[in-house]
Write a protein that binds this ligand. Structure first.
Ligand SMILES: Cc1ncc(COP(=O)(O)O)c(C=O)c1O
Length: 380
């Protein structure tokens, strides 16, 4: 489908409904062929205006805070699986209200809260996050298995028996990974945690499975799920965020100013890389821009930068067919996951609007977040 970007206000995150449905259909195919339960990781993608569509395919949400658990409970209306590095005394009763599964990050946390779970009339299935001490992630910022990590319990602290009341095992070590990285991880886990796998009712394989990317070996994934279900008689759960929203939308921005800065064309956009697409700086990575390429010799290089005072608030140098001028639209590709959920009010910059390019080829503006009151509410 061709989006008419001229109909979209700037700045705006625009989700393309057709592409989201396509991703969800792939996930449905995996669920049907393998018996895995796939739930949406809200930390990666929380655009609740499309939950009515997502709900037709996925079986719930996973939450990493009370706010996300409530969003899943109220807006998605299906199972909420929560995992938080720490639960709080004063929030725990509400957490129990919204959740069906709770995963604990340490034995301390489990011992602290298990009594309250036992006393709670609602049945909550509890699990522990393990640290397989094996991750193929190259960036330390995203490596949950680095020495000294606070994320999950290593085999040596668990022994051969799951604590009474624990029904599930959770791991999350992958990041935009393929099924072969998953398989290598699973083999390490089998090696280190085999007796516990046999005792568990469910295994949550976390997120990081890029099953909607072209070239992902879905057949291999399906075989892995089937193998584990049969071998350990467990339910398998996967909780992707990125894969759900992979390549489903854009961030539209406008050139507000551009001028020569010692041979580079500095560009100020009406968005901030730091405040609206922070992974570009953290990871770091350079998103694709429609109609542009990486800067090439012989063509002017435009350094696309944001509104904040951070010197590094820019995304890189690009070349365009035509010279860029004030008022031109810039369309960043693949901007749905880990963008809207991570925006900040740094420098008080206004948030982009949020819209959907519907399957019937119409544009719907669903939100204009981040007005003065939201900015002020965070301060005092
Ligand atoms: C525990 C857990 N589950 C799921 C996810 C979702 O991962 P992704 O968006 O890479 O699929 C994350 C991401 O950090 C996570 O920490």
């Amino acid at each position: 489908m061709l989006i008419d970007f001229a109909q979209v206000p700037s700045a705006c995150f625009v989700l393309e409904e057709t592409r989201l449905r396509r991703n969800l259909e792939i996930m449905q195919q995996v669920q049907q062929a393998s018996g895995v339960k796939i739930i949406l990781a809200l930390k990666g993608f929380s655009m609740f205006s499309v939950f009515p569509l997502v709900r037709q395919f996925l079986q719930g949400t996973t939450a990493s805070s009370l706010n996300e658990a409530r969003l899943g409970y109220e807006e998605f209306n299906d199972e909420v699986h929560a995992y938080c590095p720490a639960y709080f005394n004063d929030e725990f009763d509400e957490m129990l209200k919204y959740s069906n599964h709770l995963t604990f990050n340490s034995l301390n946390q489990w011992n602290k809260f298990k009594g309250r779970i036992r006393e709670n009339p609602k049945k909550i299935s509890c699990g522990l996050r393990i640290n397989p001490e094996y991750a193929e992630v190259e960036t330390d910022l995203y490596n949950p298995c680095a020495v000294g990590t606070r994320l999950g319990i290593s085999a040596e602290y668990l022994g051969d028996t799951l604590p009474e009341g624990i029904e599930g095992i959770h791991f999350h070590t992958l990041c935009e990974s393929d099924s072969y990285a998953l398989e290598r991880t699973l083999r390490v886990i089998e090696d280190r945690f085999a007796p516990l796998l046999h005792q568990a009712k469910w295994l949550n394989w976390g997120g990081g499975h890029l099953m909607t990317q072209a070239g992902y070996d879905l057949k291999h994934l399906i075989e892995l799920v089937k193998e584990f279900r049969a071998k350990y008689q467990v339910e398998i759960i996967m909780e992707p965020g990125s894969a759900v929203a992979w390549e489903t939308g854009y961030l539209i921005a406008t050139v507000e100013d551009t001028f020569d800065s010692k041979g580079i064309h500095a560009v100020v956009l009406n968005i901030s890389i730091s405040a609206h697409m922070p992974d570009c700086i953290e990871m770091p990575y350079k998103p694709r821009v429609l109609g542009a390429t990486d800067a090439v010799p012989g063509k002017p290089a435009y350094r696309l930068g944001g509104l904040s005072c951070l010197a590094g608030d820019f995304v890189g140098d690009y070349s365009f067919e035509q010279p860029l001028k004030v008022g031109d639209r810039i369309v960043f590709n693949d901007m749905m996951h880990y963008t809207m959920v991570k925006t900040t009010f740094f420098n008080g910059v206004r948030h982009p609007s949020i819209g959907i390019w519907r399957e019937d080829n119409t544009f719907e503006l669903v939100a204009q977040p981040g007005g003065y009151q939201s900015f002020k509410d965070k301060l005092s």
